[in-house]
Design a protein around this ligand. Structure first.
Ligand code: PMV
Length: 301
């Protein structure tokens, strides 16, 4: 009885998506696998972290688990123990918590024989995300359920893109954990200080996303890379970048990446670099590893 939730990267538009601007995101092949079995005590155990939270536990995982169990369409559910294998770094901008939420929802569905569409799974896992993120746009849980390369608008509207050429990415992990909630709150404070200026940045990001979409549909890697670089400038102006992220981004560009930026909430976590071939990908991953950071290559679309 297992369920899968995938990780994601945001290609363009993180944070702005919280304010209604569309964002471009891609589902990763790696994520979380969860299994649910009948047991005397209903609980959620996450293997790599050694956590074991019974239903009703007053911890973030316990509250999130309780939220999806209690809101299940077949509630009250029988007593189920869910064991999750998490193959993503947490707090790294790759949508780990959403992937876990989606995997748990799917494992519960499997265990009680409830068939749900991807859209329904995404919607139910939003209750999970709220425990961790306070004001989630819904992008992470939607991508965790659907995958592919897509344009997402807050409120659950997802449009799959017709990808002309698969995108080859290198993901570099700063190893610095970051809190999405804290980063979203920090951007909200900047908005409160100067709304007119903030709106200008939102409009600029909306234009990048619109052009990014055209670039993906036309298979124009060069243009997409430039748009990622421009997005990175705007994200740094919101003080979301860090020295480690900047170092990896600089090394990736110097090693031949078409563009590079932080991905997800920032303030730590991961960056992505767009590369045109396996050869450049290996060079970029090597340059990031030479700085002492973990890197992996992936293809999306
Ligand atoms: O860091 P992550 O993977 O949780 O991504 C967060 C994306 C934000 O746009 C910063 C927040 C959101 O809810 O969309």
């Amino acid at each position: 009885m297992s369920g899968f939730g995938r990780g994601k990267v945001i290609l363009l538009g993180e944070h702005a998506v919280v304010y209604g601007v569309p964002a471009l995101a891609a589902g990763l092949d790696r994520g979380v696998i969860a299994e649910a079995r009948p047991a005397a005590v209903a609980a959620l155990a996450c293997a790599p972290w050694g956590t074991d939270d019974p239903l009703g536990a007053d911890t973030e995982l316990g509250r999130a688990f309780t939220a999806v169990v209690e809101a299940h369409p077949r509630a009250p559910l029988p007593s189920l123990r869910v064991e999750a294998d998490v193959a993503l770094p947490a707090g790294a901008g790759l949508g780990c918590s959403a992937a876990l939420g989606v995997a748990v929802v799917r494992a519960l569905d499997e265990a009680v024989g409830h068939e749900a569409t991807d859209a329904e799974v995404a919607e139910r896992s939003l209750a999970w995300e709220r425990v961790f993120h306070g004001n989630p746009s819904g992008l992470d849980n939607t991508m965790a359920a659907h995958g592919g390369v897509a344009c997402y608008v807050r409120g659950g509207r997802l449009e799959r893109l017709d990808v002309r050429r698969r995108l080859r990415l290198v993901v570099g992990d700063s190893g610095e954990p970051s809190s999405t909630r804290a980063m979203v709150e920090s951007v909200a404070r900047q908005r409160a200080r100067d709304e007119a200026r903030f709106d200008k940045t939102l409009a600029a990001i909306a234009a990048l996303v619109q052009n990014g979409r055209l670039a993906i549909e036309a298979g124009d890697t060069h243009a997409l890379g430039q748009l990622m670089d421009l997005n990175q400038h705007l994200l740094s102006a919101w003080m979301l970048s860090t020295t480690a992220l900047e170092d990896m981004i600089g090394a990736a560009r110097a090693a031949g990446a078409k563009g590079a930026k932080l991905t997800g909430a920032g303030g730590g976590g991961c960056m992505i670099a767009l590369v045109e071939s396996a050869e450049v990908g290996a060079r970029v991953a090597g340059a990031i590893a030479a700085l002492g950071f973990a890197a992996f290559e992936t293809e999306v679309g």
